[in-house]
Design a protein around this ligand. Sequence first.
Ligand code: 2HG
Ligand code: ZN
Length: 456
Amino acid sequence: MTFEAALRSAVGPEHVLIDPDLRASYERDWTGRFSGESRAVVRPATAGEVARVLEACTGARVPVVVQGGNTGLVGGGVPPAGPADNPPVLLVTTRLADLGEVSLAARQVTVGAGTTLAALAAHARAAGLDFGVDLAARESATAGGMVATNAGGIRVLRHGSMREQVAGVEAVLADGRIVSRLDGLAKDSTGYDIGHLLAGSEGTLAVLTRLRLRLVAAEPERAVAFVAVAGTSDAVDLLASILPKLPGLCAAELCFARGVELVARHLGIRPPLEGAGDAYVLVEVAGEVDPVDDLLAALASCPQVLDATVAASAADRARLWALREGHTEAISTLGVPVKLDVSVPVTRLAELAGRLPDAVAAAEPAADLLIFGHLAEANLHVNVLGAADTEGVTSAVLSLVASLGGSISSEHGVGRAKARWLGLSRSRAEIDVMRSVKAAFDPLGLLNPGVLLPAE
Ligand code: 2HG
Ligand code: ZN
């Protein structure tokens, strides 16, 4: 049997896309910055089908790139650029989308890795619970991709990142063996935790096929405020002041005047609190009872507040959130940005924001810098437009972050975009151990080569 015939027999001929026109949308990332050719796009629907695809790839020594909803921002889910002697199979997980029954007693659910975040959250809510992680790409981002990148999003301050939601996984190893720990035992001290190891492994160790995920209590009442402050330092002080007063605080996001104006223009609305300050903090509080009075009282005691607007309805809340969540799309209308997703200790956040313009200008004087992010985790999304020397800009920003004791990837993963710079965030010994783990899972180096770990 030829290799292609083996793929067809594994998943059914209609789910093996060979025609370049049919492959194209899978082979380019959302930003348009990363793209490369695959030999075939393959869309399995079960762990057994994934196993047969991986067996065929291992047998023929063909690399495999794994893709969920193709919302990644670091090039980890598309083939490498340039001509390839041995192009990869692009394994797309979106058909692995089964939704298991919610267990109210365990507060857990098992879902297919290709389930979108929106479908997962709706499923949890239908059962009276909620899912703890939320992010702007919810309609397309898949649970498997989010685990693979240890995605964070807007509620990390309340419920943690994706890794913390993982109670178990089913995954297929490179040689086709299936490992399955989906019982969701609340207590289990039987050695290495494979599920948590796969969280953040970016498809380099195994292909996730099903996930046992923790759910959280539904908090139906919400209050959202958009607050103008003088700058990043005041935003950090504001957060420190409201945190102890608002136990239901579930989001604290940071934007700047330039980005908010851009998003407002893109959405065709007037920016709120225009001219009030250089920075804005979006705050959301959730609870069983309407938390708006608590939010107003907390903000009233903060000298950093220059002006504020508090949403009066669900539509208002959505409008305020759109100003923050619209950044990615509004920026993409200006060109293809270099996206760097970084975090520092919160005590260094103002310094980072203050030094970024000079660091970027030193590498690329004509480049345009837009920053926004997640205040509570001191996580900035650094978007640089018009940079010819993308490597130079990346080096400048990531070196600054490392010098402040930060991480070169806060929540998007390392991907292809930042593999070269992993040594800024991880020690030699750590990278050696990571390589050993990779070799143990994937001795032939076929799973997502070039992603996460730098070339030796
Ligand atoms: C967000 O927080 C996402 O909106 C995307 O992580 C960040 O576009 C970006 O740089
Ligand atoms: Zn983000």
